[in-house]
Design a protein around this ligand. Structure first.
Ligand SMILES: Cc1ncc(COP(=O)(O)O)c(C=O)c1O
Length: 477
């Protein structure tokens, strides 16, 4: 059979493409009808999971790859390398496969298993790097990717954070699509900020097309630096800017033009997650975590608007890649996030009472010396050790590096950093978790157990308190 390229057969029906490269973009806008409650403005979600690689990042991937071919940086037989939390890698792997390139993707270990499996299924080589490394550390994502590029002949580093072709792709596609789809009626554009490519490219286009009418609102995890947070870790993947306490200079991506943003809404993970569950059940849309963050910001924005106004919000990817996280009651419960379904039996939260009244447990900063830690651990059965932070406060569970007990420190030299002598992290149970399930999960563990609420450690109790179903009697708090 002879394959006739579509451009050779004259007029081709809309939606028919020569390759996956051409099938990126032109995603639908779908109106939100139920989670908007009594909001009067129209809110449309742009469903970017309908791109062939499954996310908004297909646009940046295509833009960067085609630009590299055009400039000669990427040549036939070459290797595409990227450091990514997953989606850019998927877009690059899909387009690289179709165009005959090898692809290597470096991801942080917090990336969901589904995403890693998807990358491998697309033929990409996946390198997993440990999380919680400062940007200048040799094991940091970007350092690993750059090292691979040096080692492999013909390798090209996509570098989405600083590649002008990333925002340019959104200026050329996302922005014009939204303008056209709304017939120029869009008044507010809302998007999360990872590399900043989406909000910059589409935001700048929409401002220009509307003569400055369109307001651009960034959606940012509560603790992310972009919105003014302290940079502590959060749980919604792929948006926001984390700041490792040992990072010397906090450099923001060149793909993000700060000036385009009129306002940033700071969204706690729990608000994003609760909304994700509602959107799945009430709108029939299964979306990823950063869509929850973005739509929460869109709803906050729309609440203040009148019926003539039109909000468009980007939903970057699908919930299918996060079934083991934001849609898993086991994952949600252990961290104390809202579950997907209402719980009728007693929960860990019922046992500990009002979390605002709890005294956060002592968490040792990773920078202490063994001698200092010994003083603090004395008289306890063990304490968690978390990433060093200047500003203290309840530790985020993901920041906990391990634990110490008097026994683990017994033979350690006084001057050593405590982080060199850690035992495994203490088990944790979440406030939203059914008590019975939590007790089963920790099994025959005895000694201290951390209680989590919305991803943070809020208390330390003795395991026996959980099985006895009462904290007061055992004085565990
Ligand atoms: C799921 C998801 N949401 C949001 C973003 C942020 O988009 P951008 O990098 O264009 O700012 C990304 C980027 O990787 C993503 O993968």
């Amino acid at each position: 059979m002879t394959v006739v390229p579509s451009h050779a057969v004259g007029r081709v029906a809309a939606g028919v493409f020569d390759s996956v490269t051409d099938a990126v973009g032109n995603t639908p806008l779908v109106r939100l009808n139920r989670v908007v409650d009594d909001i009067r403005a129209t809110v449309y979600v742009k469903l970017e999971y309908l791109n062939p690689g499954g996310s908004v990042k297909d646009r940046a991937a295509r833009g960067m790859l085609l630009a590299a071919e055009a400039s000669g940086e990427l040549r036939p037989g070459g290797t595409v390398v990227e450091a990514t939390s997953g989606n850019t890698g998927l877009g690059l792997a899909a387009i690289a496969a179709a165009r005959g390139y090898r692809s290597i993707v470096v991801v942080p270990d917090k990336v969901s298993e589904e995403k890693k499996a998807l990358l491998r299924a697309h033929g990409a080589e996946v390198h997993v790097t440990p999380g919680l490394r400062p940007v200048d550390h040799p094991e940091h994502l970007r350092s690993v990717a750059l090292r691979l590029v040096e080692e492999i002949p013909g390798a090209w580093f996509a570098g989405q954070y600083d590649n002008a072709a990333n925002p340019a792709a959104h200026r050329a596609t996302t922005g014009p699509e939204i303008w056209g789809q709304t017939g120029g009626r869009v008044t507010h554009f809302v998007a999360g900020i990872g590399t900043g490519g989406t909000i910059t490219g589409a935001g700048e286009y929409l401002k220009e097309a509307s003569g400055g009418v369109v307001r651009v609102i960034g959606a940012d995890p509560q603790t992310s630096v972009y919105g003014g947070g302290d940079g502590r870790i959060w749980y919604v993947e792929a948006v926001g800017h984390f700041l490792h306490p040992e990072t010397e200079a906090d450099v923001w991506p060149e793909s993000y033009h700060v000036d385009v943003v009129d306002r940033i809404e700071r969204i706690p993970d729990a608000e994003a997650i609760r909304l994700l569950h509602r959107i799945a059940r009430e709108e029939g849309l299964l979306l990823g975590g950063s869509s929850g963050t973005a739509i929460a910001a869109a709803l906050r924005t729309a609440r203040a608007l009148g019926p003539e106004e039109v909000v468009v919000v980007i939903a970057p990817d699908s919930g299918r890649a996060y079934l083991s996280k934001y849609f898993s009651d086991a994952w949600l419960g252990a961290l104390g996030f809202p579950l997907t379904t209402a719980v009728t039996e007693p929960t860990v939260g019922d046992l500990v009472g009002d979390v605002d009244q709890l005294a956060a447990p002592v968490t040792l900063p990773s920078g202490l010396t063994v001698a200092e830690a010994r003083q603090l651990v004395h008289g306890t059965e063990g304490l968690p050790v978390a990433l060093q932070r200047a500003a203290a406060g309840p530790s985020v569970v993901a920041e906990i590096l391990g634990s110490v007990t008097a026994a683990t420190l017994a033979d350690a030299p006084d001057g050593d950093p405590v982080s060199a002598h850690l035992a495994a992290p203490l088990p944790f149970v979440g406030t939203t978790e059914p008590l019975r399930g939590a007790v089963q999960r920790i099994g025959d563990h005895s000694g201290p157990v951390l209680i989590t609420h919305e991803g943070r450690v809020v208390a330390l109790v003795d395991a026996s308190c959980l099985s006895a179903g009462t904290v007061e009697e055992h004085g565990g708090l």
